[in-house]
Every structure is written in structure tokens, then in C-alpha cells.
Ligand binder design. Structure first.
Ligand SMILES: [Zn+2]
Length: 209
């Protein structure tokens, strides 16, 4: 549990998040993880149910990729906390800093997709786009369910009008079984000093499995 707590802290998690993921007491975590100069994030924890309605396209795409990978790992039998850490690590390895989605945000999204930890029931789901086959995060049972179009298709539509968008953004491929096998060596790896992420152009949008 302490290793998991340290992993979460290294990804920028706040105490409350680590507490929910590990079951360790907040006071204990503060003492164990943050006794030095580095303080955990403070202030109000993110609530994605409000946030997602106003989130811009790139935020919605990145949130979708994280949750899709989290769900994929869950379906492979990975415990929820570990699945979240690995899905977030993968996200971190594919994007340059500063990241649009914080670990606390990813935690909140995963919680509200599965009805875990802080959420009694699911309020998000992964929807499958009938046009491109991508999985994207959608609200569950809300007024606007199915009224939002797929963010990956929106990105493609916008790209047709503004090719500059693509130079600043490449959607990473979804996590695969091969990648999961290689996740262990990736642990602890950080992007190269100039912040560049390896530029293997990903299929856009990800192909239907
Ligand atoms: Zn689509």
C-alpha cells in the first residue's frame, strides 16, 4: 500500500485521493509522503461532473483516452487503484508537460465512470462512436446524453479547417496488451529533457479493435 501511495504522490495526487486509493489515513499519508519541503496539492478537489460540460475538445479527448485505458486494464483484471496509476503513467509518457489532465482529475473521472471510491454510482460512461469507432467519455443518463458528438471526430473535422491543430496535437494510441506487458520497464521513465514526446504518429482516430 505504501508503494502505491508513493506512486500516487509522484504523479501529483492530493492526500484525499491517495487516501481513497490506498485506505491509508490522511494524517499518516501526510507524515509518510510529505514530511519534506514538497507539499501535496491543496484546495478544492476537482469535480468532473461539472467540469466535463464545459471542458474543451482536447481536455475531453485526453480524459477519454485515460478512462478508456483505465477500463481496458480493469477488464484485464487489474485492481482499480493500480489500473488508474498505470493508465495515468501511460498518459504522462505520451504527452508533454504541463499535462491537461491532473492525476486527481483522472481519479475523479475513473471514480465516476465505475461508481468507485468517492462515487456511489456511475455518472459517466464510455460511448462508442458509430462514425469512427473511438471510445469517448460521455455523461450517463443526463439531459445531454448522446447530444455531444465524438471529440475525436470533432478534432478531425477541425483539422480539415485548421491543419495547425495537428502539429500541436497527436492522439496517442490506446493502451494495448503489448504495452501492458512493457509497463513495468516504463515505470519511473520520464520524458526527455526537452519535454519532447516520441513522435510516432498515431492513427487518428484510433482504429476499432
Ligand atoms: Zn468519432
Amino acid at each position: 500500500m505504501l508503494a502505491l501511495a508513493r506512486d500516487c504522490a509522484s504523479l501529483g495526487a492530493r492526500i484525499r485521493t491517495i487516501h481513497h486509493l490506498t485506505g491509508l489515513r490522511p494524517q499518516e499519508l501526510l507524515h509518510l509522503l510529505f514530511s519534506g519541503q514538497v507539499l501535496p496539492p491543496r484546495g478544492r478537489a476537482p469535480d468532473s461532473r461539472e467540469w466535463y460540460h464545459g471542458a474543451n475538445l482536447l481536455h475531453r479527448i485526453e480524459a477519454s483516452v485515460i478512462v478508456a485505458n483505465f477500463r481496458r486494464l480493469r477488464q484485464l483484471g487489474c485492481p482499480a487503484a493500480e489500473a488508474l496509476v498505470e493508465a495515468y503513467r501511460y498518459y504522462q509518457s505520451m504527452h508533454r508537460q504541463p499535462l491537461r489532465i491532473s492525476f486527481d482529475r483522472a481519479f475523479d473521472l475513473a471514480a465516476h465512470t465505475e461508481g468507485l471510491w468517492i462515487a456511489k454510482a456511475a455518472s459517466f460512461q464510455l460511448a462508442s462512436c458509430p462514425r469512427c469507432g473511438s471510445e469517448f467519455l460521455d455523461t450517463l443518463g443526463g439531459m445531454d446524453t448522446a447530444s455531444r458528438s465524438c471529440p475525436f471526430c470533432q478534432l478531425l473535422d477541425r483539422y480539415d479547417r485548421d491543419p495547425r491543430l495537428i502539429t500541436s496535437y497527436v492522439v496517442p494510441p490506446p493502451i494495448s496488451a503489448d504495452i501492458i506487458v512493457h509497463l513495468a520497464p516504463i515505470r519511473g521513465a520520464s520524458p526527455s529533457p526537452d519535454g519532447e514526446i516520441p513522435v510516432t504518429p498515431a492513427p487518428l482516430p484510433p482504429a476499432k479493435p
